[in-house]
Ligand binder design. Structure first.
Ligand code: ACO
Length: 409
């Protein structure tokens, strides 16, 4: 509680009075020590460390350690953590049969929601959310198995054999191999793409009380098992106003390209500004950032590196995205509403260049955000003040009335 915060519980207690705040624009649901965002400055800190420094000087597993434990690991702590994660990268063979029950053209997020929820049926020694040891093992399992599950979902969708994890590779390198290797030929991880993948994971690792994280906390607050709570987060992330925005953003760029590319940008922007069109500039705007999302800057940097490595500097979608950004940053509509690119604006272009199909983008976001969800869940359960989440409502429906016999309705 600070100068701008009112503790409603102390003000109203059990008097029956409560606040009305749809969309939680003005409601803090918890105390948290994990992630800090200054939306006006465009600043993002994980456990106090600026995202720019983490994305430049640390890898994703160090960031995972930081989010879970509160500080960065030293070398031996890192080695032990990496070792624990790599020991859990395989999934139970039975999961393959479960996966094979899905249609091959199912959306990867539908498949992932099912697979993550199903983990609770396989790992009974890590399902008690109130047991700190169970939570720790579940955390390691989830971080380790998410790349395997996402890659399995992809391989299944294209009818190729699953590629098992290879534990002498880095977290990102292993993921790229499980995605793109085949049993027919040698696969060598490209270090530029490996670093880009790792950065995508780091930039998406946590983002305080967004919709999916709040979903995980609310779901976990009933005492359900950690896998079920994370599956709820995956389901929430799927929506186009949240994690689905990277997929929606790339689809938007492809549509503009099909309309005629850069020459049609002006026309498209007029549509965005027309409130009746229902068209939004995907990858733009944010509930908290009223300035440039710092992750978008880092992602643009990575985009340049990846496209240069692959000889795609003249990628038309990248040129289109930069043009849209340039116009938006000078246009009153966007300036007045403080709408800037968010992390999703450039991440789709990077992923597409790496070879990741568009429908898989949000699944990769889910893979990366899993650590944030777990860290937040762990923090909530460890808080002595934690209670089951139970919002109230303003009832605006019918008054009390009698049921008429069916013939008289
Ligand atoms: N394009 C055009 N107009 C926009 C956009 C956009 N991308 N985003 C917001 N606006 C406008 C709204 O129409 C509204 O205008 P008004 O005041 O004239 O009615 C104003 O800006 C405020 O928008 P809200 O929707 O009220 O803002 P909110 O905080 O609820 O929404 C959100 C934030 C959902 C991210 C929104 O900006 C959006 O839909 N962006 C596009 C989708 C997207 O990129 N989502 C990714 C978010 S980041 C993430 O999850 C990783």
């Amino acid at each position: 509680v600070g100068p701008d915060v009112i503790d409603i519980r102390k003000l109203y207690g059990q008097t029956g009075k409560f606040t009305y705040d749809p969309g939680f624009l003005s409601t803090a649901s918890c105390n948290s020590k994990i992630t800090y965002i200054d939306g006006d400055k465009g600043e993002l800190l994980y456990r106090g460390y600026p995202i720019e420094q983490l994305a430049t000087n640390c890898d994703f597993l160090e960031t995972c350690y930081l989010l879970l434990n509160g500080d960065l690991p030293n070398q031996s702590q890192k080695d032990e953590f990496v070792n624990r994660v790599t020991n859990h990268t395989m999934v139970n063979e039975q999961m393959q049969f479960f996966l094979r029950g899905f249609r091959r053209d199912a959306h990867p997020m539908a498949v992932l929601t099912g697979l993550v929820g199903a983990l609770s049926a396989f790992y009974h020694d890590s399902t008690d959310i109130n047991n700190p040891e169970h939570r720790k093992v579940a955390a390691i399992r989830l971080i380790a198995k998410m790349p395997t599950l996402v890659a399995m979902a992809y391989k299944y969708s294209i009818g190729q054999p699953f590629i098992y994890p290879k534990n002498d590779l880095s977290y990102a390198g292993n993921f790229l191999r499980m995605m793109f290797a085949t049993p027919c030929e040698e696969y060598k991880v490209n270090p530029v793409l490996e670093r880009a993948m790792d950065r995508i994971f780091t930039l998406h690792a946590d983002h305080e009380q967004n919709a999916s994280t709040s979903t995980v906390r609310l779901c976990g607050s009933s005492g359900t098992n950690p896998f079920a709570a994370i599956a709820a987060g995956v389901a929430c992330l799927w929506g186009p106003a949240h994690g689905g925005a990277n997929e929606a953003c790339l689809n938007m760029l492809e549509e503009i390209q099909a309309m005629g590319g850069i020459s049609k940008v002006g026309e498209f922007m007029e549509k965005v500004k027309d409130k009746n069109s229902g068209v939004r500039l995907m990858g733009f705007g944010h509930r908290v950032y009223k300035n440039y999302d710092p992750r978008a800057k880092l992602m643009q940097e990575t985009c340049n590196e990846v496209l240069a490595e692959l000889g795609l500097e003249n990628d038309p979608l990248f040129a289109l995205a930069k043009k849209l950004e340039q116009i938006a940053l000078e246009d009153d509509y966007f300036v007045q509403r403080k709408l800037y690119p968010n992390v999703d604006f450039y991440s789709g272009i990077v992923q597409r260049a790496i070879g990741i199909p568009v429908p898989l983008f949000t699944a990769i976001f889910a893979l990366a955000r899993t650590v944030g969800w777990i860290a937040q869940l762990d923090e909530m359960i460890g808080d002595p003040e934690y209670k089951i989440g139970r919002p109230r409502q303003l009832f605006v429906g019918a008054e009390k009335r009698d049921v008429a016999p069916i013939a008289k309705r």
